[in-house]
Design a protein around this ligand. Sequence first.
Ligand code: UDP
Ligand code: MG
Length: 313
Amino acid sequence: MNKIDIVIPCFNESKCVELIYNALKDLFSTELKAYEWSVLYIDDGSQDDTLERIVKLAGMDGSNVRYISFARNFGKESAIYAGLENADGDYVALMDADLQHPPHLLVEMLHAIEVEGYDCATARRVNREKESKIRNFFSNAFYHTINWATGMKLAPGMTDYRLMKKQIADAIVSMREHERFIKGIYSWIGFKSKWVEYENVERADGDSKWNYKSLWNYAKTGIIAFAVSPLRAVIYFGFLVIGISFIYAVRLFLMSISGARPWQDTTTIILLLLFLGGVIILLLGVIGEYLARIYMEVKNRPIYIAKEKKLDK
Ligand code: UDP
Ligand code: MG
């Protein structure tokens, strides 16, 4: 009997802990009866009673619930890492706690792997109408930019809801970088993946943990963790600016010898100073972004710190 390990990162998901467990239980006692299953909750430093609820589920007789609880909030990507590192089923599924990743999709995902011969299946949300237009716009812009800059093929609406063979989970865990961007990692490791589409659903309970600031940081990490083209682009931009100022200097020189305009022009100098100052700051900023990340990687800190766990059954 094939075993599926379901990894669920939770950050302040109090009510969702049981909701998703029951939804999975329903699924595995009907359509997916042929599979053994277990849930691995990763409590990402929740401040509400999420952990208590998980512990309660795990403490029940013959429980198939295991968990790791972080010492603080390390972020979803770290929670995913901890989950994949400790999953041991033949297949590993990764899904959100809030039921926005419909458990029922697992049926189609399993079919893709076992019958159609894929290595994994990734869910893709096709309808985002309920989300704001601005968010949609930025989301599309992000995917276009990252694909353009890295040559990866990420799709708008792509989620990190995925069912994969254990081998893929191991491949992901072997990437020990700290700046983790799971969608990029999915694309980087390769393997044959099937897109499984679904309609967007509202959260079962609570609020999204994302705001524009965290989404912006997420997008930036995604691009910088996987692309060196911003570094290169800046070099070309530098050449361009030097070229423009050279042409401008020649023009001023010609104007001054033809007597059209006197050589001294303080306004021009001020403008140039401002412009070049801006360019230099921009350059430093880009370099700083990479440097900061190199610094963090070099420190080689653990990706998460567990405070409490139950991994045996
Ligand atoms: N999550 C997490 N750590 C965080 C933020 C979120 O483990 O710091 C989990 C959260 O509990 C949920 C999943 O990641 O299971 C997706 O979060 P959310 O629903 O807030 O994101 P959205 O669906 O709005 O993209
Ligand atoms: Mg959600």
